[in-house]
Design a protein around this ligand. Structure first.
Ligand SMILES: CO[C@H]1[C@H](O)[C@@H](O)[C@H](O)O[C@@H]1C(=O)O
Length: 690
């Protein structure tokens, strides 16, 4: 599995001789009795060391010089001793943290992986392997790390028939047919990859859920998956359909205040916990895009969430209730869909049970290439919030286009809410909509593995820098050789802005084709709901373009803290990258560059196309340094991305010119085809429609 990408960032390729010699591990020592989790840690260390150095050190019972020692205070009482300098440091690391040190223990020089629990040891083992495989320049081994967020989850939008909603990496890895008897090796490798990042929970099924998933056969299947993931510290969760008992004909209603409904869910929770004692809980999409929910019975989101929360509370389970709501009818359609989540949830702050978290998408519309942070962050001080990021690239070119999402996640996380610190500081957990499927390379493309990686690292530490994470990933996945890693980092770091430039520059959004969400369709104006139409979002006409969300428009801006609302009320003090998100401006509006808005827009599209050409050119020169298969698979996608960018550019320019009636400034190349050509394009076989 060398060139096909199956090993992800856990490749453990032979190190150069000098690097090998620096690894002075003569034995591996684990005091005390092994557990399934320490077995996993030792197996990983063996795999890693034999891959990187050609030999696996023996396990030993006694501590000697050159030992790699894995210890918790319970396993090695010295660590807990009052005189131990590590004692206080360890105490600060909690259940899941770890530290790595060169230390002197029992008079011997050892490499120490220390933690308070076996899971901490497993995380520490992965961290040590990471440090060893891709050493940061001349850094002494002095790492201590603990997760900043307690809940670090993947959300699979995987259906029970193995299709994946918005999945571009083949069918679902969960083989519901073969489970529970057949537990694919891939589940173990999935667990290893996630544990290497510190991901500690996974929701197995789509938020557009089916009642069947909560019936006995599926509970048994989920339990089998949970058994595989448990040693790696990963809890299983399920998406629950709100109307499950009604649809299974076991109650006459799904009203959350009806005693028979409450009792049904309590019994269901008991049944699940019988099979999966450490079941994490439920994720719920309710009263959104046609899903059933408490509002069907004139109850609130809090009524619905609290009813489920009461059912799982005796088992220490949680409910993650999504704030991605938009109603099929109502004022918001004519007004602004972006406002609905805040309007429905903000008044419920303080009304949710203690074991409910509200899960909020990074932005108020829907995983666009760029959105301002969701106004609910910082606005719900009495409710624990989870961030929902989308790792699969529904709106950023699937797994064909290169877009490193680390940069996008970082941009949201470090945004200042001006109410409660940065967005990162408002969070209790993070969920990432997985980009994982059964493709050999897991993610549909090699570079999309970086998005899984970056998500996991940011869930562990939402203050981490996406460039550092990119450097780590490039070194582990391709090579620590800077001739390879450095240009790959540059490619990653420029890629997302490139996509924004050719798809949705200057704060534009939701311009993509209907249903498949791939490719440009800014002209669409005839869908059943007005807020599905791209014209609803760009509002371009003869006079100008953009969505006025200030007080003279939809007033969505008022949902942010006053300081932000004031700053963004004026286009002059609105960040250029969000300009048309908040403002409707005339085509001749003078941009800071000195160009008119019209000319600036055209320049952005050109910049996007130029960016894709540059990505391709940067890759091509790496050919002698990359294995043939991965080189080719990446090269093909980068070439395709140039065409995608040209398509976006040309179709967008053709359309906006038909609206603005303005000539193209000198130097701007005219679209290759007339507008009618782009309107006629369709993608009948686009994957991931779900
Ligand atoms: C799972 O449904 C998805 C839907 O496919 C997607 O187009 C949109 O982004 O969001 C929905 C959601 O997040 O619920």
């Amino acid at each position: 599995a060398d060139e096909d990408g199956y090993d992800l960032w856990l490749r453990y390729r032979p190190l150069e001789r000098a690097a090998q010699q620096r690894i002075q591990v003569r034995s591996i020592v684990l005091p005390g009795a092994p557990s399934p989790t320490t077995d996993a840690a030792l197996a990983e260390l063996n795999k890693g060391l034999s891959g990187m150095t050609g030999r696996a050190p023996a396990s030993a019972a006694r501590i000697s010089d050159g030992a790699l020692l894995l210890a918790t205070p319970a396993r090695l009482p010295e660590l807990a001793a009052a005189a131990s300098p590590l004692r206080t440091e360890l105490a600060a690391l909690g259940d899941e943290g770890y530290l790595l040190r060169q230390a002197r223990i029992q008079g011997r020089n050892v490499t120490l992986i220390a933690a308070n629990s076996d899971i901490g040891l497993l995380y520490g083992a992965f961290a040590w392997l990471r440090e060893t495989a891709a050493p940061a320049a001349s850094r002494a081994l002095a790492v201590s790390s603990a997760p900043k967020l307690q809940l670090r989850l993947l959300n699979h939008w995987d259906n029970l028939d193995r299709t994946v909603e918005r999945g571009y990496a083949g069918q679902s890895i969960w083989d519901w047919w073969a489970l529970p008897d057949i537990k694919d090796q891939r589940y173990t490798d999935y667990a290893r990859a996630n544990a290497s990042l510190g991901i500690n929970g996974t929701v197995l099924n789509n938020v557009n859920s089916k009642p069947e998933v909560l019936t006995a056969p599926f509970i048994a299947k989920a339990a089998a998956v949970a058994d595989v993931l448990r040693p790696y510290g990963i809890k299983v969760y399920l998406s629950a359909r709100f109307s499950t008992p009604l649809e299974l004909h076991e109650t006459a209603t799904a009203d959350p205040l009806a005693p028979e409904v409450q009792q049904w869910w309590r019994a269901k929770a008991d049944e699940i916990y019988q099979a999966i004692p450490d079941f994490g809980g439920f994720l719920v999409k309710a009263n959104s895009e046609g899903q059933p929910g408490p509002q069907d019975y004139h109850r609130t989101h809090a009524d619905g969430a609290n009813m489920l929360a009461a059912a799982v509370a005796p088992h220490k389970g949680i409910v993650m209730w999504r704030a991605f709501v938009y109603a099929p009818k109502g004022a918001h359609l004519a007004d602004d869909r972006a406002k609905q989540a805040y309007e429905e949830f903000k008044p419920l702050d303080g009304k949710f049970a203690a074991n409910v978290l509200v899960q909020v998408k990074n932005g108020a519309i829907d995983f666009q290439p760029r959105e301002p942070f969701h106004p609910l962050f910082g606005a719900m001080p009495k409710t624990p919030l989870m961030m929902e990021f989308q790792i699969t690239k529904e709106y950023l070119g699937y797994s064909t286009d290169l877009a490193y999402l680390g940069a996008m996640f970082e941009e949201t996380l470090e945004s200042d809410t001006k109410a409660a610190g940065t967005v990162a500081q408002t969070l209790s957990g993070m969920a990432g909509v997985a980009n994982i499927g059964s493709d050999r390379n897991w993610a549909g493309s090699h570079f999309d593995q970086a998005n899984w990686y970056a998500y996991g690292r940011l869930a562990w530490n939402p203050q981490a820098k996406s460039r550092d994470i990119a450097a780590e990933w490039a070194a582990l996945t391709f090579s620590p050789d800077q001739r390879v890693a450095a240009p790959i980092v540059d490619m990653l770091m420029m890629s997302r802005e490139t996509v924004v430039d050719y798809m949705t520059p200057l704060g534009l959004h939701h311009l993509m084709g209907t249903s498949h969400h791939h490719g440009p369709a800014p002209w669409v104006d005839n869908l059943e709901r007005p807020d599905w139409n791209p014209v609803y979002y760009h509002r371009a006409d003869r006079n100008g373009i953009g969505f006025n969300r200030t007080a003279t428009g939809s007033s969505a801006l008022q949902q942010y803290a006053p300081e932000i609302a004031r700053q963004y009320a004026d286009p002059r003090t609105t960040p250029e990258q969000l300009l048309l998100w908040f403002h409707h401006l005339p085509w001749d509006y003078a941009m800071p560059s000195g160009r008119t808005l019209w000319a600036e827009l055209l320049a952005r599209y050109d910049k996007g196309v130029a960016g894709t050409k540059s990505l391709h050119a940067r890759w091509v020169v790496l050919k002698p340094l990359i294995d043939a298969r991965r080189y080719t698979e990446v090269e093909q996608r980068l070439a395709r991305q140039i065409n995608n960018a040209i398509l976006w550019r040309d179709a967008s320019i053709a359309y906006f010119q038909s609206v603005s009636g303005l000539p193209l400034p000198p130097g701007v190349q005219a679209p290759a085809h007339p507008l009618s050509y782009y309107k006629a394009l369709s993608y009948p076989y686009a994957p991931g429609r779900g």
